[in-house]
Design a protein around this ligand. Structure first.
Ligand code: AMP
Length: 398
């Protein structure tokens, strides 16, 4: 069975074609700068890379181009689009309507549109990808896999904000959580690695990348997570603030005369470790600058480490018992110095880092805690696309 996974962003489209018999990636690629000058498609098949530049005004054209690339006589991997059995779509916000992945019909599409109020950049792009795929391959099943779905198991006391209750009931204002597909993948893989049933495991999963979130997984299910109604909440990120006093927003509007749009840009695009350092949102740059003595880059890293660590500490208390702390995402998988910064002091909850193993670049997937650590610490590379492909296969077959 061949499954195509589409991940549509506001101006980009990432894709992977899987042969699910052995979960092999046949091809993967990226369409960049959709609707912007200089748009292009890059495709990787095994070791070989191919790039083509053409005008790509919208997601419909982008999806058409993906199909053309996959069936290209020279660079493609399939002879005909009909070989694709089903398409899986990453959808960012599924609100309370979706507790798991689902086959897409017009009702599901209407719900994705409804939740665009909470995810104005992503849900409309996700929807455009769905419309384009349905048009291009009529009759083939399309499946939506939501970033929010895994977190729908959170108890009310963990997702409710302390606003008047009507704001939750009437407007849906609450913590939803994101990166669910990744945290879910990590939970399943951690259970395999630890050799225990997932239902018996308590894990603190740290997905640290451009966007970062920490999730407390209790008995295999999401129990508490750091992102909120939107992916702006929680720990500081590349350019996002994470949690701040909500009155700061009022101060920016009332005292600095900023508009809602300006505040939005400030909090989402100019803050985080980029805002503190004044240098970069990329942790590689910050590590390098800090080592060369740049105090503000070090400060940005220190703020990040402290907030991630305090979240882990709080979640350990909420869980009562922690079997494993896991690191994934661009930073979690590739930044040993960043993992070390976060783990400093975690001995108090029984988690001891083995600094030597932590510093070894390979293998990527490894246990990085000491033999006598009560809590296992693991690096587990995430694979959201594979998780989406697995759900798509399951639902398409059903
Ligand atoms: P992601 O959003 O998961 O793709 O993560 C992207 C981020 O990972 C980049 O912005 C970098 O900050 C970070 N990253 C990638 N490689 C490294 C590395 N070797 N060391 C530290 N951070 C890294």
């Amino acid at each position: 069975m061949k499954i195509l996974v589409l991940n549509c962003g506001s101006s980009s489209l990432k894709y992977q074609l899987f042969d699910m018999d052995h979960e092999d990636v046949l091809a993967k690629g990226l369409v960049e700068r959709i609707g912007i000058e200089g748009s292009r498609l890059k495709q990787e098949v095994g070791e070989s890379e191919w790039e083509t530049q053409t005008e790509i005004p919208d997601h419909k054209k982008a999806v058409a181009l993906v199909f053309a690339a996959l069936t290209d006589a020279e660079h493609g991997v399939i002879a005909d689009m009909d070989e694709i059995d089903a398409i899986g779509h990453r959808v960012v916000h599924g609100g309370e309507a979706f507790t798991e992945s689902t086959l897409i019909d017009t009702k599901v599409m209407a719900a994705i549109e409804k939740y665009a109020v909470f995810s104005p950049l992503h849900n409309p792009a996700n929807l455009q990808g769905i419309v384009a795929a349905r048009e291009a391959l009529p009759g083939k099943p399309n499946v939506a896999v939501f970033d929010t779905a895994f977190h729908q198991t959170m108890p009310e006391r963990n997702f409710l904000y302390a606003l008047p209750y009507e704001y939750y009931k009437e407007h849906g204002i609450r913590r939803y959580g994101f990166h669910g597909t990744s945290h879910n993948f990590i939970a399943h893989r951690a259970a395999e690695l630890l050799g225990k049933p997932l239902e018996e495991l308590n894990i603190i999963s740290c997905h640290l990348g451009n966007g970062s979130s920490v999730t407390a997984i209790k008995n295999g299910k999401s129990y508490l997570t750091s992102m909120g109604q939107t992916p702006l909440a929680g720990v500081p990120m590349g350019t996002r603030t994470g949690d701040i006093d909500p009155a700061v927003v009022l101060f920016l509007i009332q005292n600095l005369g900023m508009s809602a749009e300006e505040v939005d840009t400030l909090l989402n695009k100019k803050s985080g470790v980029y805002g503190i350092s004044g240098k970069s949102s990329d942790f590689r740059d910050l590590d390098e600058a800090a080592q060369a003595g740049d105090a503000r880059s070090q400060l940005a890293l220190d703020v990040f480490y402290s907030r991630v660590r305090e979240t882990i500490g709080a979640y350990a208390v909420e869980l009562g018992r922690v079997d494993a702390i896991t690191f994934t995402g661009g930073i979690g998988e590739n930044g040993p110095e960043n993992r070390e910064g976060i783990c400093e002091g975690l001995e108090i909850i029984g988690a001891k880092l083995d600094k030597e193993i932590n510093n070894q670049r390979k293998p990527k997937e490894k246990k990085i805690s000491t033999e006598d650590s009560k809590v296992a610490i693991w690096v587990i590379p995430t694979n959201e696309e594979l998780m989406i492909a697995r759900d798509t296969k399951r639902l398409a077959e059903a």
